[in-house]
Ligand binder design. Structure first.
Ligand code: GLN
Length: 202
């Protein structure tokens, strides 16, 4: 039997998509940069990278595939948003009346909650992945803060200030830090497991 590799997409409109694609190369998966609607066909998971959430949401609309993205994620496509990607997935963005992002996950997030670029920081954190505790070096760059989650959202990690930094709701995973900028593979490995369980509708 031929062992068919699953394809994981990385949204490549703007931001740290290259670094995520490099991380995925450590695994037995195909990696596809996603720039337009037609690129979404046949993927088993999608990473929305960090970058600038406002720019990314404008580009998503211009490429006219925002609606398609919303549809396939609602249909169960595993998606992992890091930093700006987490902002785009949130249903509520503090201070914004309406979310211009994808507005899918039942969390509230505050953008640039730690200040500007110079207030970026790093620390070792513990991730709770599949009932296992994993130490991970987390890098926060102009990071958002998850300030509220609804009860069906699982909190997978908190930082030393007890703030939520990683969470999952069904097929949607978010992290406020940048796992693609460290050598640790645990976060991407966890997401690929989520993708492996996704079965595409014919
Ligand atoms: N501050 C950015 C935003 O609000 C996110 C920063 C990041 O992705 N590293 O979109």
């Amino acid at each position: 039997m031929v062992d068919e590799k699953i394809t994981i997409g990385v949204l490549a409109l703007q931001g740290a998509f290259f670094e995520h694609a490099q991380m995925l190369k450590h695994f037995n998966v195909e990696v596809r940069e996603i720039r337009q609607k037609k690129d979404l066909k046949g993927i088993f998971g999608l990473i929305i990278p960090g970058g600038e959430s406002t720019t990314m949401s404008i580009l998503m609309k211009k490429q006219s595939f925002r609606d398609e993205l919303i549809k396939i994620i609602k249909n169960g496509l595993p998606v992992f948003g890091t930093c700006a990607g987490a902002i785009l997935l949130s249903k509520k963005i503090k201070g914004n009346k309406s979310s211009e992002g994808l507005s899918l996950m039942n969390i509230e997030i505050e953008r640039n909650a730690y200040g500007g670029q110079l207030d970026s920081f790093e620390e070792d954190v513990v991730l709770n992945l599949n009932d296992e505790k994993k130490r991970f070096h987390a890098i926060f760059i102009r990071a958002p803060k998850i300030i509220d989650v609804s009860e069906n959202v699982d909190v997978l990690s908190r930082n030393s200030r007890n703030e939520i930094i990683m969470a999952r709701e069904k097929n949607m995973l978010v992290a406020t830090f940048h796992p693609e900028l460290t050598s640790g593979l645990a976060v991407h490995e966890y997401f690929i497991q989520m993708c492996g369980r996704f079965t595409q509708k014919p």
